[in-house]
Design a binder for this molecule. Structure first.
Ligand code: FES
Ligand code: FES
Length: 161
């Protein structure tokens, strides 16, 4: 076992991991941050997306040891300080961007990374960015609407599917 230290949602966290321990397992099993989901074993679904040093990463594709010393952000750290939903989370709620909610943490984390890079993405850019995030419920339409709305753009302009 090897000690690993990282800042998670602004707090310094330590743990002991095996060389093979995935970042998602460390977050969920050792830190209890179960908002980061595991939806596949093929690195395809995106339910496990977190930010590592500001970049969106599928946490099932990274070893915990690779995140040693990093700044990690998970869905648990996304709400505002008073506990209210942040602008992206609120837009998902307002635009019905979720149904079962399983993909939602990864979608929100991907959306946050997208809007940081590209604060006013087009519909096509949003769809392209979300290629690594699979949703089995919503058909994506309302997710795209939510992200447009979170970026301050007119979401109603998207044609109904
Ligand atoms: S659990 Fe990581 S991509 Fe599916
Ligand atoms: S809301 Fe169910 S998987 Fe996306």
């Amino acid at each position: 076992m090897t000690e690993v230290t990282m800042t998670v949602n602004g707090k310094l966290m330590r743990g002991e991991v095996e060389g093979r321990t995935l970042l998602v397992s460390f977050l969920r099993d050792q830190l209890g941050l179960t908002g980061t989901h595991v939806g596949c074993d093929t690195s395809q679904c995106g339910a496990c997306v977190v930010h590592v040093d500001g970049k969106a990463v599928k946490s099932c594709t990274m070893l915990a040891l690779e995140a040693d010393g990093a700044e990690v952000a998970t869905i648990e750290g996304q709400a505002d300080a008073d506990g209210s939903l942040n602008v992206i989370q609120q837009a998902f709620q307002d635009h019905h961007g979720l149904q079962c909610g399983f993909c939602t943490p990864g979608m929100v984390m991907s959306a946050a990374a997208l809007l940081k890079e590209n604060p006013k993405p087009t519909e096509d850019e949003i769809r392209h960015y979300l290629e690594g995030n699979i949703c089995r419920c919503t058909g994506y339409h309302n997710i795209v609407k939510a992200i447009l709305a979170a970026s301050g753009q007119e979401a109603a302009a998207i044609a109904a599917e």
